[in-house]
Design a protein around this ligand. Structure first.
Ligand code: GLU
Length: 307
């Protein structure tokens, strides 16, 4: 009986996470995400996790990971330990990739960025319209979907560079037509409430590359499920990516968290903040003498409300 009650209490507890990539210093936008996750968890007696998304070895650096811990501690946030670091779970992601391959949903794409660009330019030069993803990048051509499997495997064993891509049409055929998510924040066009997923807008997304064994999209949905995350609170720049996340969750039989995408903190020049702009880094504000309370006030000044 006591155990049942305990189980119920635990299963009802909401789980939030802040999941930065250690490829630069955290800026005001990261502070906003981290604080929102932390405060929402605290307000409902939920859990707050920190996850280090260091899946891309070329871009992840230990000094940036150390800076994440330092900045979040300075903000006064407490997160559960141990912290999950994606680089320590490669076998877990590889197993999911194999499952998707066994379902016949992945194919190796051999075209280089330059080859894709040349195709797009040739098409546009004769007045054609090449479809683009929500970030404005041209979709990957579909020509390799039907490549002979043995031939493709022979090319791979010859060492030809390739990325494993999701055949979007096959994937969509397996997903429910009603695929969507619950949005407590808003998308860039004010999308809120029950939002329909539109993963087809991304085309044949990459799920694994030779230099990064698993893509952000796949690692993030696997980890959210593995860690029992119930609430994903993150910047609006990832709103459209949620369509791909919902598709992968559906294909892999993973639960759907509730999503809340928050507005982006404007940069000094009105543009998006970037990790390479040192001036808006949390550390820069700290060094200028701002207090954590002052930083919250700065964010509140942009209209962000804390709970
Ligand atoms: N690691 C991602 C980033 O730093 C965020 C992932 C997420 O919140 O889903 O942009």
């Amino acid at each position: 009986m006591a155990e049942d009650l305990m189980h119920n209490a635990l299963s009802k507890s909401r789980v939030f996470r802040f999941a930065p990539s250690p490829n630069g210093l955290l800026h005001l936008g990261h502070a906003l995400s981290a604080i929102l996750n932390h405060d929402l968890a605290a307000a409902c007696g939920g859990r707050f996790l920190l996850r280090i998304e260091d899946i891309d070895p070329a871009r992840s650096r230990p000094e940036f990971e150390a800076a994440i811990y330092r900045d979040l501690a300075w903000l006064g946030l407490n997160w559960e330990k141990p912290v999950r670091r994606q680089s320590e779970h490669l076998g877990f992601y590889a197993a999911a990739l194999e499952r998707l391959k066994a379902m016949g949903l992945l194919y190796p794409g051999f075209l280089s960025r330059g080859e894709v660009k040349a195709q797009v330019q040739a098409h546009e030069a004769i007045g054609g319209v090449w479809p683009r993803d929500p970030d404005g990048a041209p979709l990957y051509p579909k020509q390799e979907r039907g490549l002979d499997r043995d031939e493709a495997l022979a090319w791979i064993s010859e060492g030809r560079q390739h990325a494993w891509r999701l055949d979007m049409d096959k994937a969509l055929a397996l997903a429910p037509a009603s695929l969507g998510w619950s949005e407590a924040g808003a998308g860039p066009e004010g999308e809120t409430g029950v939002v329909s997923a539109r993963p087809e807008r991304w085309g044949d997304v990459i799920l694994s590359r030779p230099d990064a064994p698993v893509s952000y999209h796949l690692a993030v949905v696997l980890d959210d499920a593995e860690q029992g995350v119930t609430d994903v609170v993150r910047g609006q720049d990832l709103f459209h990516a949620t369509s791909v996340h919902r598709l992968l969750q559906s294909l892999l039989g993973l639960p759907a968290p509730a999503y809340r995408h928050h507005g982006l903190v404007p940069g000094p020049d009105g543009r998006k903040l970037s990790k390479s702009n040192q001036d808006t880094g949390i550390a820069a504000y700290r060094e200028k003498g701002l207090s954590p309370t002052g930083l919250r006030a700065l964010l509140a000044g942009y209209g962000f409300v804390f709970h």
